[in-house]
Design a protein around this ligand. Structure first.
Ligand code: AMP
Length: 179
């Protein structure tokens, strides 16, 4: 099964992708997670991507497309994948269509104000990427990852002004993709 999940940040792509990945036995490929890991590990890609990510902008297409192409060629993606966070614009969608065939594209929709609530309450573990929400899915001990005890962080792109900007870009892209 080759699946793409589309949706603005906070719509629940990651959560649904994890569930589908376990159910279908194919990897979840999150471009955001791969990029964040590169930033944490200070790789050349991470160094280039960091400023874009912190300000909520898209990382340039050439970097993200090359990174995704490589990831899709890894052996575990041969039997399928769930793409979470890619494509995010038309150039990426075109690159993906040249690279592989898809079985389905699922687009998640939420009202804008619900998205703001979900994003600004999100807390993440910088070590193992576990995602919490202060109201909907709080950790047992406030501010601490249940799994590994690491202090949780607020992602730079979960600030309200950044979330609103990303949402607008997302909605414009979806309109352009439909056209
Ligand atoms: P996400 O975890 O999917 O919300 O992604 C976090 C950040 O990583 C985004 O705000 C972008 O800066 C960057 N990013 C993730 N996926 C892409 C992509 N497909 N194209 C460009 N930038 C991306």
């Amino acid at each position: 099964m080759r699946l793409v999940l589309l949706g603005p940040p906070g719509a629940g792509k990651g959560t649904q992708a994890e569930k589908l990945s376990a159910y279908l036995g194919v990897p979840r490929i999150s471009t955001g997670d791969i990029l964040r890991r590169n930033v944490t590990d200070n790789t050349p890609l991470g160094e280039k991507a960091k400023a874009y990510m912190d300000s909520g902008q898209l990382v340039p297409d050439d970097l993200v497309i090359t990174m995704t192409e490589r990831r899709l060629k890894e052996p575990d993606a041969k039997k399928g994948f769930i793409l979470d966070g890619f494509p995010r614009n038309i150039a990426q969608a075109e690159a993906l269509s040249k690279l592989t065939k898809l079985d389905a594209v699922v687009s998640l929709f939420l009202e804008p104000e619900d998205l703001i609530k979900r994003n600004t309450g999100r807390r993440v573990c910088p070590k193992d990427d576990t995602v919490y929400h202060i109201l909907m899915n709080p950790p047992k001990k406030p501010g601490i990852c249940d799994k590994c005890g690491t202090p949780l962080i607020i992602r730079a792109d979960d600030r309200e002004d950044v979330v609103r900007m990303i949402e607008e870009i997302f909605l414009r892209t979806i309109e352009a993709l439909k056209a």
